[in-house]
Design a binder for this molecule. Structure first.
Ligand code: GNR
Ligand code: NI
Length: 165
């Protein structure tokens, strides 16, 4: 099932997601729906928060062929180093792109969609995407990393757009 993606400045995007207690049927169905929604929206990642489901689930696929799905449940960054500046966008902030500075190399611990614990080392685009998605689970948007002036401009621009729609 395709899920609705919340759009900035929806306050529900500020919700802090709770850890998944057990990877049961409901969670597995949610993961399925999130992959379907991400692929349909042609994103490279999606956090549960964006579809108004406030438990710690992320889906990612940064491959060209869209055939390398990664699911992270209760993800935790256990190591990080280096720096990368990457132009980011967000399905919850349509048509807006800005450079954000993040760690280039991370090690993440999570559960997979069968509830098994695993670790993943990531760098560059995958690393950026994982950090962007974990931010969502904490109610943080990439625009929060920008200057106050850029945030003010985005806010004004979004309000103006909402008026004509
Ligand atoms: O599709 C997406 N592209 C993207 C590009 C650069 C950095 C992060 C991302 S994630 C984004 C999908 C999304 O909004 N995930 O929360
Ligand atoms: Ni996003």
């Amino acid at each position: 099932m395709i899920l609705n993606i919340l759009k900035y400045p929806d306050k529900r995007l500020r919700t802090i997601a709770k850890p998944v207690v057990r990877v049961n049927k409901t969670i597995k169905q949610q993961v399925k729906d999130m992959f379907e929604t991400m692929y349909e929206a042609t994103g490279i990642g999606l956090a549960a928060t964006q579809v108004n489901f406030h438990q710690r689930i992320i889906v990612i696929d940064i491959s060209d062929q869209y055939n390398e799905p990664i699911c992270l449940i209760n993800p935790e960054i256990i190591e990080e180093s280096g720096e990368i500046q990457c132009e980011e966008g967000c399905l919850s902030v349509p048509d807006y792109y800005e450079i954000v500075v993040r760690a280039n190399d991370i090690k993440v611990k999570a559960l997979n969609q069968n509830g098994e614990s695993f670790e993943l080392e990531a760098s560059e685009m995958l690393s950026v995407c994982i950090q962007h998605e974990i931010d969502h689970l904490n109610g943080i948007l990439f625009v929060d990393h920008l200057s106050k002036l850029k945030q003010k401009r985005l806010k004004k621009q979004t309000a103006k757009k909402a008026k004509i729609l």
